[in-house]
Design a protein around this ligand. Structure first.
Ligand code: PLP
Length: 421
């Protein structure tokens, strides 16, 4: 399968440590080979030699929009609609606030945000913080309750396209259409979608979207995130973090805020140029797939990788108490596979890491949050099709089988919890 994989050469774009099988690119993408030189150039030449002139000569000032244009190609947006800036959490605050503002213009009685109980916690925390500010309510539902929850008091439906714990993928077009039919704005988090699965924001007629730069976009730890706003909304409202980089003429230093036209207004203050340079290199690794079929080809490979992993685990690890939290139906699956086990999930992941197979662990939802979507502990494996091979899958499952069969995961060293899981 590797020999017949047209995307196989793209693996060479990454500096993957020899002997490691990296199945955690959904949490932190690996280092592209081009990044160290690019970052060094940004530091030593652009910063070191050219200093402040680089805001113009190296194009630093326009970088969030230039990098945003590259992201646009991966998510079904047009040039000028995306800006790479701040973090996913911060960008979510901006777009949720803008969406609530838009909703209140048309229908002041709409003061509820609907989201999924199993959404990534920072998304829920940001919504909770904003609800405290604005006197709104956050209503959390199970995935199968979403459409029924779109009532006349709802302003915004805020969903993450691919669930971080289960890898389950929503039908963005259908849920956006359901929201619109009920007079509700749709805000999408693409943290586990951008660079992992084809996304068509314009096709789905989504209203707002945010996403992450350090996962499948390979931008490096803490890379800037991104924000997209449907052009029909962009110029209709401010975002609340109205800093000078979002001003129409920041270098006039006027005391009055005038939002820049277009997506530039979603910037706040001075942007992290060194990190943007690294993110730019990460994006180039994905755009290198364009001549080979782009996101559509990456999706075909991603599904083949996840199918193979699911099948091999079922065949070779049977009888060890593993369950599957990820949908088997390809249209409902992102680019990760999540296994469940009643106990030992954390230690099994640690034992695998000691054998050079890097996945991660996500704790089950506490028992105070009942419901089908959220309880068991999870062993999580991401399959980034840019650099993961089919042989990697075979070896990873073989290591998992050995860890389970030998019981070595029960050693105390694998059962000590670290700060970051
Ligand atoms: C990874 C992730 C985030 C990360 O947010 P940061 O602000 O970068 O810490 C947010 N939302 C979702 C759904 C994620 O998967």
């Amino acid at each position: 399968m590797d020999a017949q994989d047209p995307l196989r050469p793209l693996r060479e774009l990454f500096a993957l440590p020899p002997g490691m099988i990296y199945l955690d690119g959904n949490s932190l993408g690996p280092l592209p080979r081009a990044t160290p030189q690019r970052v060094a150039d940004t530091v030593t030449r652009e910063w070191g030699q050219d200093l402040i002139q680089s805001w113009n000569s190296a194009g630093w000032f326009a970088m969030p929009r230039r990098v945003g244009d590259k992201i646009a190609r991966l998510i079904g947006a047009q040039p000028g609609e995306v800006v790479a800036t701040d973090s996913t959490s911060v960008n979510l605050f901006k777009v949720l606030s803008a969406a609530l503002h838009r909703a209140s213009e048309d229908a002041p009685q709409r003061t509820t945000i609907v989201s999924e109980r199993s959404n990534f916690p920072t998304d829920l925390y940001i919504a909770q913080g904003l609800c405290r500010e604005r006197g709104c309510t956050l209503k959390l539902v199970e995935p199968e309750e979403i459409t029924a929850s779109l009532s006349a008091d709802v302003a915004v439906l805020m969903l993450t396209h691919v669930n971080y714990r289960t890898g389950a993928m929503h039908d963005m077009a259908a849920l956006t259409a359901a929201a619109h039919a009920a007079g509700i704005f749709a805000v999408w988090d693409l943290a586990h979608s951008a660079g992992a699965v084809p996304v068509d924001l314009r096709g789905a007629q989504a209203d707002f979207a945010v996403g992450c730069g350090y996962k499948y976009l390979n931008g490096g730890p803490g890379a800037p995130a991104f924000v997209w706003v449907n052009p029909k909304h962009t110029d209709r409202c401010w975002q609340p973090l109205a800093g000078w980089w979002g001003h129409a003429a920041p270098f006039e230093f006027s005391p009055d805020y005038q939002p820049a036209p277009g997506i530039a207004r979603y910037q706040c203050g001075t942007q992290p140029i060194i990190s943007l340079a690294a993110l730019d290199c990460g994006l180039d690794t994905l755009l290198a797939a364009e001549p080979l079929g782009g996101m559509a080809a990456l999706r075909v490979k991603s599904l083949a990788l996840t199918d193979l992993f699911i099948d091999l685990v079922a065949q070779r690890c049977a009888g060890h108490g593993l369950g599957l939290a990820t949908p088997r139906e390809p249209t409902q699956r992102g680019s990760q596979v999540c296994l469940t086990r009643p106990s030992g999930a954390y230690a099994i992941v640690q034992a695998l890491i000691a054998r050079g197979v890097i996945g991660d662990f996500r704790a089950g939802a506490p028992s105070t949050a009942p419901g089908p979507s959220g309880s068991p502990d999870i062993l999580r494996f991401g399959f980034a099709p840019l650099y993961t091979g089919f042989e990697d899958i075979w070896h990873a499952v073989e290591q998992l089988r050995q860890v389970l069969e030998s019981g070595e995961w029960q050693h105390p060293e694998f059962n000590r919890k670290q700060a970051v899981t």
